[in-house]
Every structure is written in C-alpha cells, then in structure tokens.
Design a protein around this ligand. Structure first.
Ligand code: HDD
Length: 690
C-alpha cells in the first residue's frame, strides 16, 4: 500500500518494517555472511567448531523462537482497518473523541480467535469466537475485548481458572483437543448452573460461524460512557456484520476441521486480499444510570443480555478491515489486548467478571511477552504520544533522555506533567457496603434467559441445539454428569430436556419446578438474517471435458459481478476442453478440495462432461454433500442427470434449480436468492449418504 490515505498506525509501522529484497545476508550484528549452508568444521568430515559464531547465533535464535501461547484464545487471526462514527450524536454522552467526531477514522487492529484449542488447532470447532478490537485513538489505545456471543460462562472472574481447566483438554492425557465434548467441561457445567445460558449459545449454530466476517461481536459486560460533565450512561457494545450472521452445519464443521484447519483464517485473509473488506456496524444499548435497577436481571451480571426489544441497539459507526498483517508472529501473535486499556469518556462497571479481567490481561502479557515493555512492540504501540517515568525492564527500546524519571521533579522542568483537564478521570461512584465474599442475590436466576434463548429459536435452530447437546453429552462417559446436565436443561425447557435425554439414553426428567415462562426475543434468532446479496459467497462449478464452457463463463461472470467468488473444479488441474473446442481454465483439481469449502455448487452442462462427473465418486459425493448441508444447488442443461444418482431432490422451495435451455434468465434470480438465503434447513436429507 502507498500514498497519503494510509492510517497513522500504518505509517508508524513503516519505522519497523524490514524489506529483505535485494539484500545481502548478515548476522544480527550486521556482519556479512559468506556461507550459511555449512558449519565451520575441523576438517571436511570433522567436528563443528565453537568459534562458528554464525552457526551459534542462528541456532540460538531458532531455539528461542517460541513464546507461550495464550492460555485461552491461543488460535487466532488478525487484520488492520479503521473505525468511524456515523455522526457526532454521541457527543452528549461521551468524551471519547473516536466515538463523537464525525468523519474521524481511527485505526484498529482486530484479532478473532477460538477459545479452547491450541495455536495449531482447527478453526471450525464448536467454540466461542473471540472478537478483540484495539482502537489506536488519539487519546490512547482502547481495547474492546469481546466475543461473538453476548453472555459468558461464569459471573465472577475467580471462577475463570476453574472453567478453563474444565474445558481445556483433560490434564492426564491432554485430550480432546479444541473440543468441549468431554466429561470435565460438562461436569463443571452441571455443577455450576450459571453456565446454562451460555451453554445454550455454545450448543447453537453461533458456535460454528461460516466466516469470521459473518459473525456478530459483543463487548459482553455493561460498561459506561462518561460525558464532559461527568454524567454516566451504562452501555453494551454490539458488532453487526454487514454480510449477515451465518453458520456452518455441524457435520460440515467437523469435516472442514480435517480438510482445511485454516478455513476461517484463510477466508478472512483471502477476502481482504481480494478487496472485499469485511465490515461491521457498531451498535450501542444505552441505559441511563437511574434505570440501573429497572430490569429483572442485574446489569452487572455477564450471564445476562439486555433483550433488544427492551433496549434497542442504536447504530453509531462502522468498522472496516482492509489490510492483512505483514507478519503473523510480529503482529497477530504479539498483539496484547487488555480490558484496562480505556480512554477518557469510557469507564468500567462493577461487573465482577469485568473487574477480574482488569487484572488478568496485564498479568498474562507479562509472562507471554516477557516483561513490562510489551506496549512498545510495534502492533501494540499507541499512535498517541507516550511520555511517563516508567523506565528500564526487559526489552526496553526507548532511549529516554534527561535526568528526571520521577514526579514531581524540578531538574526536568517538571515534565511530563499530569493534565487534569484532558486526563482520564474515573467515574465518581458512591460505594457503600461491607467487605464481603459473596454473590449478590440479584445474580441468582440462572434459567430465565436460557429459556428466553430457547423460546426465540425457530424449529430448525432448536433441532440443531438438541443435536449439539446429544453429540456433546453422548461423548461424556460418566452417567451422573449426563443426568445432571439434563436436570439443569429441564429448568430451561421440559421438551428440550426430554429430547436431549432421549438422544443420550438417560431417563427423561419429570416436569420442572418452574414451567417455561413463554417469553421470547426475536433478535436472538439467526433465521431471518439479511439475504439480499451473495458478496463473497464461494460457488463451485463442476466441469469435465466436453463442458458447455460458454454457459459456465456467462454464469460465472454474472455471479462474480454480484461479488461472489467462483471456482472451476475438474478431476484434473489445468484446463478442460469445452464442447465447442474452447478451453476452460480449472481453478483447482477436485481431489484437492471438497464441497464443504463452498456455499453453493453448479453442475455444468455438456453430455460428455456430465457423464464423466456421474462416474466420478468425488463429484457425486460433492453434489450429495452440498445438498445434505443445505446449500444451493444448480444444474445446467444435462447437468440435471447427476441429481438423481447424487440423491438430490428437486422438490420446489428447497434451493435446487435446473435450467434446460441456453438462456439462464429464469434460472439466475432464484438461484442467486437461494445462495443469499445461505441454507435450506428443511430438506429431507437424513437418508443422503454423504
Ligand atoms: Fe478473556 C484472552 C474475551 C473473560 C482472561 N479473552 C481473551 C481474548 C478474548 C477474550 C477475545 C483474546 C484476545 C486476543 O485476541 O489476544 N474473556 C473474553 C470475554 C470474556 C473473558 C468476552 C468475558 C466476558 N478472560 C475472561 C476472564 C479472564 C480472562 C474472566 C480471567 C479472569 N482472556 C484472559 C487471559 C487472556 C484472555 C488469560 C489469554 C491471552 C490474553 O488474555 O491476552 O488473560
């Protein structure tokens, strides 16, 4: 990238970028290296000599390349971009310049992550996704360290090590990797009913996003906005993806974990490289301080949402990711998020989960990044000036001048001096109470909102939740744990508990003490996500020699013009011979990919091509599997012949389209609408052997 339109952060990074093109090899001391392929030996076949400083430096550096992975959220992918507020309407509520200045583009770095798996684990596991945003504001860094789900497993930070130890691989044999489907997690869940609401989210399709670009984000906790006059308003932060919220299906997610463990990471990288910059809208739920106690839950309890029907989400700005990092380790691995990175105009609440995080994130960076100077690592550096009396420590890169490293001082002219006007001031809050180790009674209801979530799901969303509970609990070995979870689920909804019990073979529970309250919150369902576009959806074209290449090209042009990413797949790489003697370039050989990598499939027409596809088990399986996973299927001309052997039904309204003639006028609009709708969850796919 070049030119003046680059962000201040991007330009700051120029000072650290190293371009090694057209250069000579040197040691870390800048000494030119003559040979890096042979160590220095006593004789051609003799032992290596200690004096080989180049060998020693190269190996020593290599030996020290690894740093501890994050204790949670170890696997992640990041990108740079910017945030801009829509207008100045928040000026009355917050001093935060980046939220209140119309047209101001604040550079950001965002890191998405899974929680439980190691750094090398698969992307598409059932898990929460981290959604951490570092805003490099002119008033210093603000980190919004959220997830793609609006609630959390526990209410008090002191339970975090317990929860994480339960969900991580079991300590005796370090299994299973990146999976919650094992005894210790569900043991914790059954004994700690405050996890119930979050487990409903984790068992829903939210836990297997189609793309990091197609998931929501939430700040989870209640924070505060603080106005010029010190008046505070409670706030919850929401990120809404411009492409809609879409998920994989479970069978697909498991297969992708093997076929392409980097699926979500690759998807983010490729979209940005292709200029399809992912975008989210920032929305705020705002609650005046005086309304703090007007809900039937506690605003300080992170296992609760504020239903959108009660407090609407007010759109205030947009986040765009437009640049991939230059170096994964330097940037995505070394980025250090910390909830306490906060700017004037925003403040914390007394949420006990939030309060504990304020300690944990700084603490973890000290061990992970090796000392107190990690804010000097390029990705972590604020664009705001840093001037203080902090000195020394491992990896110090600043060369502070002068004699005064203390305040107050006279030898340095007193500087740097605090600025009472512009500086951060903590919200003035009256605290009255006993020093006490207990949970507030207002945190005691663990089921109502889990029920609200269940009630808000459509039929197929419920089916997926039941299937997920059955899968996870089906892998649990201790019967008492399974029974305990079913007992808790019975307090959420009796029907849910009975269905889960049936699937795992434990006794169905009797009626619960408190029946389902019957309330719902439509905003919680993913069933009516925007379906007005197919931008960045991946569409596979299956072809062979003898294909009607002209028709394929025409359709691809049309879909590409709508922003879709089209790929041509054939049994071999290179090109296929079209029916009219022309050649059609193959994007990649079919055996190197699978239907699970795509959002829709088109079987191209052409007698010879279709015959070959029908005889190719990979191609047949591709079509069956795409159908089984609810994806749009199109068959052009003779391509229709593959549908029957592939077990694809052409029943109307189920996202399968055929075209007989050369004119695709009637085929295209419904096919595009079907891709936009993303899934057809009501297909009769149980007997489909894919
Ligand atoms: Fe956390 C990382 C999100 C509760 C302790 N957390 C981490 C990351 C995200 C979250 C997105 C990855 C940041 C990155 O990409 O580098 N965590 C959350 C959310 C929570 C939450 C949304 C609840 C609302 N976390 C939480 C608690 C504690 C921690 C209660 C401890 C008391 N989290 C950590 C950590 C991590 C972390 C150990 C690991 C690596 C890191 O911080 O930098 O400190």
């Amino acid at each position: 990238m070049g030119g003046d339109d680059r962000s201040e952060k991007d330009r700051q990074l120029d000072g650290y970028r190293v371009d090694e093109r057209d250069s000579f090899l040197t040691t870390d001391q800048g000494i030119p290296v003559a040979d890096t392929d042979n160590s220095l030996k006593a004789g051609e076949r003799g032992p290596t000599l200690l004096e080989d400083f180049h060998f020693r430096e190269k190996i020593t550096h290599f030996d020290h390349e690894r740093i501890p992975e994050r204790v949670v959220h170890a696997r992640g992918a990041g990108a740079y971009g910017y945030f801009e507020p829509y207008d100045g309407s928040l000026a009355a509520l917050t001093r935060a310049e980046f939220l209140r200045t119309p047209g101001l583009r604040t550079p950001v770095f965002v890191r998405f992550s899974t929680v439980a798996g190691s750094r090398g684990s698969a992307d598409t596991v059932r898990d929460v996704r981290g959604f951490a945003v570092k805003f490099y504001t002119r008033q210093g860094n603000f980190d919004l360290v959220g997830n793609n789900m609006p609630v959390f497993f526990i209410q008090d930070s002191i339970k975090f090590p317990d929860f994480v130890h339960a969900v991580k691989p079991e300590p005796h044999n370090e299994m299973p990797q990146a999976s919650s489907a094992h005894d210790t997690l569900w043991d914790f869940v059954q004994l700690q009913p405050e996890t119930t609401h979050m487990m409903m989210w984790v068992m829903s399709d939210r836990a297997i996003p189609r793309s990091l670009r197609m998931m929501q984000g939430f700040g989870v906790h209640t924070f505060r906005l603080v106005a010029e006059d010190g008046r505070a308003t409670f706030v919850k932060f929401h990120w809404k993806p411009a492409l809609g919220t879409h998920s994989l299906v479970w069978d697909e997610a498991q297969k992708i974990a093997g076929k392409d463990p980097d699926f979500n990471r690759r998807d983010l990288w490729e979209a940005i490289e292709r200029g399809a910059h992912p975008e989210w809208e920032l929305g705020l739920q705002l609650v005046p301080e005086e309304d703090e106690h007007s809900f039937d839950f506690d605003l300080l309890d992170s296992t609760k949402i504020i239903p959108e029907e009660q407090v609407p989400v007010r759109p205030v700005g947009r986040l765009v990711l437009d640049r991939n990092p230059d170096n994964f380790f330097a940037e995505t691995e070394q980025v250090a998020f910390h909830l306490a990175n906060i700017v004037p105009g925003i403040d914390f609440s007394d949420d006990p989960l939030l309060q504990g995080r304020l300690f944990s994130y700084l603490d973890t960076q000290l061990i992970r990044l090796g000392g107190p100077n990690f804010p000097q690592i390029p990705v972590n550096r604020p664009i705001a000036e840093v001037r203080n009396h902090q000195r020394d420590g491992y990896h110090q890169t600043r060369v502070n001048q002068g004699r005064a490293a203390y305040h107050p001082n006279s030898v340095g002219g007193g500087a740097p001096v605090p600025s009472p006007e512009d500086g951060f001031t903590h919200h003035r809050e009256r605290i009255d109470g006993y020093k006490i180790r207990m949970r507030s009674e207002s945190f005691a209801d663990h089921y109502s909102q889990a029920t609200l979530f269940w009630n808000s799901m459509t039929g197929w969303e419920r089916d997926h939740i039941v299937a997920a509970f059955r899968f996870e609990l089906g892998k649990v070995e201790v019967r008492g744990i399974q029974e305990g979870v079913v007992r808790n689920l019975n307090e959420v909804d009796h029907d849910l508990a009975v269905r889960v019990a049936e699937g795992i073979g434990v006794d169905a529970p009797g009626l619960p003490a408190t029946p389902n309250h019957g309330r719902s919150s439509p905003a919680l369902s993913m069933s009516d996500e925007p379906a007005d576009g197919i931008a960045t959806r991946k569409i596979a074209f299956l072809v062979g020699d003898g294909v009607d290449a002209e028709q394929v090209r025409g359709l691809m042009d049309d879909l590409t013009a709508r922003g879709a990413f089209c790929e041509v797949l054939a049994a071999r790489g290179g090109a296929v011979q079209g029916a009219a003697g022309d050649r059609l370039t193959v994007t990649r050989p079919l055996p190197t990919t699978a239907s699970v990598m795509y959002d829709a499939v088109v079987v191209a027409g052409g007698d010879e091509s279709v015959r070959a596809l029908i005889e190719d088990g990979d191609a047949l399986h591709f079509v069956s599997e795409a159908y089984k996973h609810g994806k749009a299927v199109g068959a052009l001309g003779t391509g229709v012949e593959i549908l029957e052997p592939a077990h694809v039904s052409t029943a109307p309204g189920q996202g399968v389209f055929t075209s007989s003639g050369a004119d695709l006028g009637a085929f295209l609009p419904p096919f595009v609408a079907a891709i936009a709708a993303h899934r057809f969850p009501h297909r009769p796919v149980r007997p489909v052997p894919a």
